[in-house]
Ligand binder design. Structure first.
Ligand code: BMA
Length: 332
């Protein structure tokens, strides 16, 4: 159904002119006539679970397929610590940010925003960051721990900004990792409220573990069309992974449709995975069989480009027509 691009992976570590081991889980936006990608770069692979560091890199493209990476990362951990340490400093500040990762890009009213996860000694925080030029960054808000995979809707709805997010509920209805998709609204991207549960993992028929938001939604006549990541755990089928990790989680790209006026309400859900890991670059990598969409762009002719992290190692691209995607979403 989705066509995986023949040039896949469209971005990989060897395309990066600085230290890079795995480049993946990227946000992508079309700004003017240019495609902009901000990707996660894990570098200095150490062993089965660790890297020496993570930075955010940026790439540009004229066609969304051939990418040129900027000569330096746009945000290192050291820069993030310097930029953000005074932003929220009740007692700890954010001096101890250990990692900023899994960026998503949303343009709202010509302003550019990034949502990222940030690892700190106080937990994983979701961050909403404003930038004008991908060089200077203003931290608008952080969540309480533990929350990540935030995405912003590309316009205000009923006068409010909305986000989808994925907290980590530890009591998870008796199941470990019963993580689900939530949503909050804000008048200004700083103060967040109206928090609601959007989609539980039990509602997604092809998985038994967690679900979370993926790429920022796009507007269609039928509703807000948005990807999810959805995870199935199967102890009996070890998956490929670097360094002999015991990796058993398959991440699928999934799809849902949200009400145009109430984006916290699911009105349609694809009952099959949208993107299944079956290509070598999706199956084999740091963590194999992981599909993690982070960017979704609707072209004028109705083509939708979905960019996704493949095997926690590369960035890949798949396309389909928007009408075909909407038709996959069955009423809940
Ligand atoms: C999730 C996040 C993602 C990653 C995925 C698979 O929990 O950490 O960054 O792609 O696991 O490892």
């Amino acid at each position: 159904m989705m066509i995986k691009h023949p040039s896949n992976p469209v971005l990989t570590a060897s395309d990066v002119p600085y230290n890079a081991s795995c480049v993946f889980n990227a946000g992508v936006a079309k700004i003017g006539e240019e495609y902009i990608m901000v990707f996660r770069n894990d570098y200095d692979y150490i062993d089965r679970a660790a890297f020496g560091g993570t930075s955010l890199g940026m790439a540009r493209s004229k066609d969304g397929i051939d990418w040129t990476v900027e000569p330096e990362p746009i945000l290192t951990i050291q820069q993030a610590q310097e930029i953000f340490q005074d932003s929220h400093d009740p007692r700890f500040g954010l001096k101890e940010i250990r990692r900023v990762y899994d960026p998503r890009i949303t343009v709202i009213d010509d302003e550019i925003y990034l949502c990222t996860a940030m690892d700190t000694p106080h937990g994983v925080l979701g961050a909403v960051i404003k930038t004008e030029d991908f060089k200077s960054f203003e931290l608008l808000s952080i969540t309480t721990p533990d929350n990540r995979n935030m995405v912003l809707f590309p316009e205000k709805i009923g006068g409010k900004y909305y986000r989808l997010e994925r907290p980590f509920p530890i009591y998870g209805r008796g199941r470990p990792e019963a993580f689900e998709i939530w949503s909050s609204a804000s008048p200004d991207l700083r103060y967040w409220g109206d928090t609601r549960l959007v989609l539980g993992s039990e509602e997604v028929p092809y998985v038994n573990c967690k679900v979370g938001p993926a790429a920022p939604p796009i507007r269609t006549d039928a509703g807000w069309l948005t990807t999810i990541h959805a995870v199935n755990k199967d102890e009996s089928t070890p998956l490929k992974a670097w360094g002999g990790q015991n990796w058993i989680k398959t991440y699928y790209g999934g799809l849902m449709l949200l009400d145009l006026e109430n984006p916290q309400k699911v009105i349609g859900l694809a009952d099959q995975p949208l993107i299944t890991p079956d290509q070598p670059y999706e199956i084999d990598g740091f963590r194999g069989s992981v599909i993690f969409p982070g960017g979704m762009i609707q072209e004028d002719d109705g083509e939708v480009k979905i960019y996704y992290g493949a095997a926690d190692t590369h960035v890949a691209l798949a396309t389909a027509h928007v009408d075909e995607l909407v038709a996959l979403c069955k009423p809940l």
